[in-house]
Design a protein around this ligand. Structure first.
Ligand code: KG4
Ligand code: ZN
Length: 365
């Protein structure tokens, strides 16, 4: 089966063409993966500007689609050799299913993708399926052309610019939110702290790179930031207080210090570590409490090298029998390949979809 997937939940326009092989534990191979990033456009606002993002998606989608359909046609011609009827090319292309992100995300952006996909599905006469963006971030772990199995129950930590959630996954489509952020998401905290420090947007990669240059023994700064809610016996998070603590620390420094590389490195390091400490503590507790057999990391913040490393070390030490799945770094941030994977599983659950609606707060399940 060949899936065309469309992702426009935030500031990246993504279109991908993914081939699914096998049924019980399928493998997902990428035929084409196109992404048009709007990072530079939004950088001057220090965050995503929804009406601007919507306009860019409208502009980018037809361009990316044209390139993708060309690939689909080529694939369709090759696929004549397949014996299974589902692989036979259709009149226009080899596409069997269209998957589109329906939420959560920025509603004007989501609608652009949904309307575009519904029109395309009609034109190509192929079925369409809505995708939950959080589920897509979780299932980004299954992209690599090989069969990857999740042993259930799994605990999933989804950390992005818009979300921070701990989810118990009992099976595909069977999700229970254990906890989530009460205010800012982890990625949002990285972005806002970067802004305070005068660093570029998006803040996550810049904070990570700046923190990597910090060395505790050589620094004249010893900054201590709070670890919000770390000892509370729930699975919720709160990161807005952390950002505020950075703000007050920054304001209390003389102007010369605020601009100094050493100070900025020290704050970046401590911010990153505070976020990681809270995420790790709650994730490990969820694994233990729910006897999870697999732990899954996903979302833009999952590309953070320290988070990936420290979670691996903590799992090894505290819950060594738990399988650890992390997506390839390029599939942590928004992309349409993960939309195709989640679309496949969504399609297995329900095949007939009409009038898909975009929802800013679309829930899992
Ligand atoms: O998943 P994503 O692409 O978009 C949303 O669905 O929100 O995540 C974007 C977020 C941004 O907040 C960005 O700063 C953060 O992921 N991010 C990182 C890193 N790379 C991206 N945060 C920490 N460390 C990174 N290396
Ligand atoms: Zn995302």
């Amino acid at each position: 089966m060949i899936i065309l997937a469309i992702e426009t939940s935030c500031d990246d326009t993504g279109i991908a063409l993914v081939q699914v092989r096998g049924k019980k534990t399928p493998s997902f191979s990428i035929i084409s993966n196109l992404l048009s990033s709007q990072v530079k456009l939004h950088a001057k606002y220090g965050g995503v500007y929804p009406s601007l993002a919507k306009r860019e998606h409208q502009k980018n989608l037809p361009i990316l689609l044209k390139k993708t359909l060309k690939k689909a046609k080529e694939k369709g011609e090759e696929d004549k050799s397949f014996s299974s009827p589902s692989f036979l090319p259709r009149k226009n292309s080899a596409i069997d299913l269209i998957a589109v992100t329906a939420g959560p995300g920025l509603e004007p952006c989501l609608w652009t993708g949904v309307n575009f996909s519904q029109d395309l599905a009609k034109k190509l006469k192929v079925p369409i399926v809505p995708v939950n963006h959080i589920e897509a971030h979780m299932l980004a772990n299954l992209i690599n052309g090989n069969r990857i199995s999740i042993i259930f129950p799994a605990v999933c930590l989804v950390v992005s610019g818009g979300h921070t959630q701990l989810i118990l996954m009992k099976n595909f489509g069977k999700y229970q939110i254990l906890g989530e952020t009460r205010d800012d998401a982890a990625g949002e905290c990285f972005d806002k702290v970067a802004r305070i420090l005068g660093l570029d947007y998006p803040g996550g990669p810049v904070i990570a790179a700046t923190a990597a240059k910090f060395s505790i023994p050589n620094s004249q700064f010893s900054i201590k930031l709070p670890r919000p809610m770390i000892n509370q016996k729930n699975y919720d998070f709160s990161f807005s207080g952390l950002k505020t603590a950075v703000f007050y620390n920054f304001k209390s420094q003389p102007p010369k210090v605020r601009k100094s590389k050493e100070y900025i490195k020290a704050v970046a390091f401590e911010t990153q570590q505070a976020i990681i400490d809270v995420l790790l503590q709650k994730t490990i507790r969820a694994i233990k409490n729910y006897n999870a057999k697999t732990v899954i990391l996903g979302g833009g913040v999952a590309s953070n090298a320290e988070l990936r490393k420290q979670l691996r070390e903590k799992i090894k030490k505290e819950v060594p029998n738990t399988k650890y799945l992390i997506p390839d770094i390029k599939y942590c941030t928004d992309n349409a390949v993960m939309t195709a994977v989640a679309g496949y599983y969504s399609w297995q659950r329900k095949k007939s979809w009409k009038n898909i609606k975009a929802r800013a707060n679309l829930k899992l399940n």
